[in-house]
Write a protein that binds this ligand. Structure first.
Ligand code: NI
Length: 170
């Protein structure tokens, strides 16, 4: 297993719509293990494959550190949101947007279908933090960042600050 580099905004891979996973093979198993290790190393609660530079529809989520250990690590291949219920304001950050936190609108509850790491079809019904994390990671597969869901003012403020810091470091 290996800790991979997490791509940061404005890396173009984060803006792409990711491709479905076609084959569940050894390469995919390795990628899943590396993504899980990378997520834990970064103290994140979720990670999508585009964040490690792979434009494939694959996410890992583990909210147990915040929500209790009865919620297991979830690996989802080709996840799809099938049902949503309610709306909530969710305060979120993203490993690809260091230092940026914003409130975004999310569905309160979701039902997500996909494949597990062995290719078996699974359905996850989620609420609370798990629901937010699943929606956040699935957003990544569609090239959407919380920056895109933030208010215009917050977005412009972040971009200005980023430009300043980039010009400082050269
Ligand atoms: Ni993110």
């Amino acid at each position: 297993m290996a800790v991979l580099e997490i791509r940061k905004y404005p890396d173009t891979v984060l803006k792409q719509k990711a491709e479905p996973v076609e084959k569940i093979d050894d390469g995919l198993q390795r990628l899943i293990d590396d993504m899980v290790e990378t997520m834990y190393a970064a103290s994140g609660i979720g990670l999508a494959a585009p964040q490690v530079g792979v434009s494939k529809r694959l996410i890992v989520v583990d909210v147990s550190v915040k929500e209790g250990e009865n919620i297991p690590l979830i690996v989802l291949v080709n996840p799809e949101i099938k049902e949503t219920e309610g709306t909530v304001d969710s305060e979120e950050g993203c490993l690809s947007l260091p230092g940026f936190i914003t409130t975004v609108k999310r569905a309160e509850k979701v039902v997500v279908e996909g494949l597990d790491r062995h290719g078996k079809k699974i359905t996850v019904s989620a609420e609370g933090l798990l629901s937010m994390a699943l929606q956040h990671e699935i957003d990544h597969l569609n090239g959407t960042l919380i920056l895109d869901r933030a208010s215009l003012i917050k977005r412009e403020f972040f971009k200005k600050r980023l430009q300043k810091s980039l010009s400082k470091t050269g």
